[in-house]
Write a protein that binds this ligand. Sequence first.
Ligand SMILES: C[S@@+](CC[C@H](N)C(=O)[O-])C[C@H]1O[C@@H](n2cnc3c(N)ncnc32)[C@H](O)[C@@H]1O
Length: 256
Amino acid sequence: MSAPQASKSSGGFLNDLRILWHLVVARATGNTHEERLESFYKGQAGGYDSFRKRMLHGRKELFDLLPDSPGGIWVDLGCGTGENAEHWGERLKSLQRAYLVDLSSSLLKVAEQRVTDRGWTNVTPVHADATKFVPPEGAADIVTMSYSLTMIPDWFLAVDQAYRMLKPGGLIGIVDFFVARKYPAEGLVKHGWSTRSMWPLWFGSDNVFLNPDHLPYLLSRFETVSLSQRRGKLPYLPFVRAPHYLFVGRKPVDGV
Ligand SMILES: C[S@@+](CC[C@H](N)C(=O)[O-])C[C@H]1O[C@@H](n2cnc3c(N)ncnc32)[C@H](O)[C@@H]1O
């Protein structure tokens, strides 16, 4: 099948320059979180996928870790352009319904175009806040968030909302940037002072908030199915690697 229009990247150096302008020079403006997201993303939506492929690592791998869920409900919170739906591959068709949820209209428009181009009849893009969304069916089998937790100011509400909407035994899959606590718990990586100081400062200028508490909070709410903590390249920055984690967790079967 040929690539759908929505995911066809307007790639190349000029696209990179445009995206870099938004990442490095332009500042998001607006009085609300939604307005700030829109001002940040509206000039980047077309070339988003091509640039973020080289920056947001582990997304395909996260979906390879998740089991098939025939007849299941999948919710992607902070879906952006909806590229995660591609990562299910053929398994997407076996889901009863997929909800692609985002608060940025520009990115969601790309997701809507992707759904139309792909002819996905079981995928619904939704303009909504991840801290409040509940699927119409009332519960989900799988909730995912790729690089969205760090962009949600009330991130703990988003995690709580994911927990609430999951069926007992349901799975959460998260991939995102992070920094470790100064004194991490056993099993969690230790980051030196420069990593713990530099990356929050670097990403904070784009309203991406790396937080040492994200991973400990996820570990406290869900049973760990798998966790890896690693580093990945960033475009045009050959000598540095930003830390990210991949977490798959299960809501306890007796969880309410
Ligand atoms: C870095 S992007 C990641 C997008 C996509 N998941 C990906 O992997 O490419 C973060 C996304 O989170 C969305 N977002 C931020 N806060 C949100 C909120 N409160 N509710 C829904 N989406 C939100 C942004 O609009 C953006 O699309």
